[in-house]
Design a protein around this ligand. Structure first.
Ligand SMILES: *Cc1c(COP(=O)(O)O)cnc(C)c1O
Length: 417
């Protein structure tokens, strides 16, 4: 076997399995590349339309009034995502923060938020129903949810729930998060939005778009607002921090008022010199996301070949970059994450352990050997330590580096089998 692979500690059984599956992935990769081309063309068109130049990369400080780089990046995102407006800021500290701003910007005391994809992402539970810290609940905003039925929208129950006049917004999580199902395509979500609007034209549609950007060729522009993290897909691996909220102009303005202060809205916020990385990251994002999706497809094919159930399966429809592998034991989840970390470019020498992360219900193990701390467009894996012991793998800035990390992760699993 190749010396480099041996030095990395890659098991010959993993290499053989990879050699068996890789030729079959070519047609799938061609489809991924077709989407990448369409997305790249849209991004390039927006850069040309807005005449992006070095002047847009100038650092600003203080209040950040008249920050041309910041204001134009908002327009570039809005054009690429097909929305009226967007708020793109390094001041959002994470996806959770961005989604929190989205929720607080449009909900008012007495309103009800209705999640129609079961409970939202783990870290949003405290935001919505926490007993302290200024949750929606503490502000008198109630929460209702409709669980999925056969892994899709339960239209009957949604119709029932919409009869409550308090419902002000319907919340849709595009990605599967820590669930074993397909993520929702933009088309499916658009149908749901239509169903809601026909019954309640006064109800807003809000989408958690994390992990979804550029996986297909459209974003959920039908929504009143959708949001995501810049240390996932749309940051292209280069954004040092941040998030975006996009959608209808009047609600994007409210989101800006919530991030800053009522009345300050879109007009303040120094850029601290990160604009070039935000522009370059967004320019690279269609390619980086395509590489990450290829890593997910490779991981699916390899782990399936090694005898594990995976979701989605290699040729299934994808609407996010996540690959879930059902290991059936905590030991194998831990081995997979440790292996992935050991073949990451940063912190390859440290070994992740399960821990009680703030915002998560169970102990979680996270492999994150990333240039940007916690960035999950870079190769990463995590899993809550609870049955049925599923690991979630995502990212990979380049297919070749992601593939090595996945081979190493599989090798560590083979060791504990
Ligand atoms: C990552 C993620 C979040 C939260 O983002 P953080 O940056 O981890 O706070 C919310 N929803 C979904 C679907 C996510 O994937």
């Amino acid at each position: 076997m190749n010396e480099v692979l041996k030095e990395l500690g890659i098991d010959s059984r993993a290499v053989e399995a990879a050699q068996a599956v890789e030729p079959r992935l070519r047609p799938l990769f061609s489809e991924i590349e077709r989407r990448e081309s369409a997305n790249q063309a849209r991004v390039l068109a927006a850069f040309r339309k807005h005449r992006i130049s070095a002047a847009h990369f100038m650092p600003t400080s203080g209040y950040g009034y008249d920050d041309m780089g910041r204001d134009t990046l908002d327009e570039v995102f809005a054009d690429v995502f097909g929305t009226e407006a967007a708020l793109v800021r390094p001041h959002f500290i994470s996806g959770t923060h961005t989604l929190t701003v989205m929720l607080f910007s449009v909900l008012r005391p007495g309103d009800m938020l209705l999640s129609v994809t079961g409970d939202p992402y783990d870290t949003l539970i405290d935001v919505i129903c926490g007993e302290e810290g200024g949750s929606l609940k503490e502000f008198g905003i109630s929460y209702g949810k409709v669980d999925l039925k056969n892994d899709t929208f339960d239209y009957e129950k949604i119709e029932e729930a919409l009869q409550n006049p308090k419902v002000r917004a319907v919340f849709v999580t595009r990605s599967k998060g820590y669930a074993w199902r397909e993520s929702f395509s933009v088309e499916d979500m658009a149908k749901l939005a239509e169903f809601v609007r026909v019954r309640r034209s006064d109800v807003l549609i809000l989408v958690d778009n994390c992990y979804g950007e550029f996986v297909g060729t459209e974003e959920p522009a039908f929504a009143d607002l959708f949001a995501g993290s810049l240390i996932k897909n749309p940051g292209g691996g280069l954004a040092p921090s941040g998030g975006y909220i996009a959608g209808k102009a009047e609600y994007v303005r409210l989101a800006a008022d919530r991030l800053t202060a009522p009345g300050l809205g879109l007009h303040g916020g120094a850029n601290f010199g990160v604009m070039k990385d935000l522009y370059l990251g967004f320019f690279l994002a269609p390619h980086v996301v395509a590489e990450a999706v290829k890593c997910a497809v490779f991981c699916a094919a390899l782990m399936e070949k090694l005898g594990y159930d995976v979701c989605p399966r290699p040729a299934d429809m994808r609407s996010d970059i996540i690959e879930a592998i059902r290991f059936g034991s905590a030991e194998r989840v831990i081995a997979f994450c440790k292996g992935l970390q050991a073949a990451s470019p940063i912190d390859s020498h440290v070994s992740p352990e399960p821990w009680a992360m703030p915002g998560y219900a169970d102990a979680v193990i996270m492999a994150a050997g990333a240039f940007t701390q916690g960035s999950s467009i870079e190769i990463s894996a995590d899993g809550p330590i609870r049955p049925p012991y599923v690991a979630y793998m995502q990212g990979g800035l380049t297919y070749e580096s992601g593939k090595l990390a996945i081979l190493k992760a599989a090798s560590e699993v083979l060791k504990v089998e």
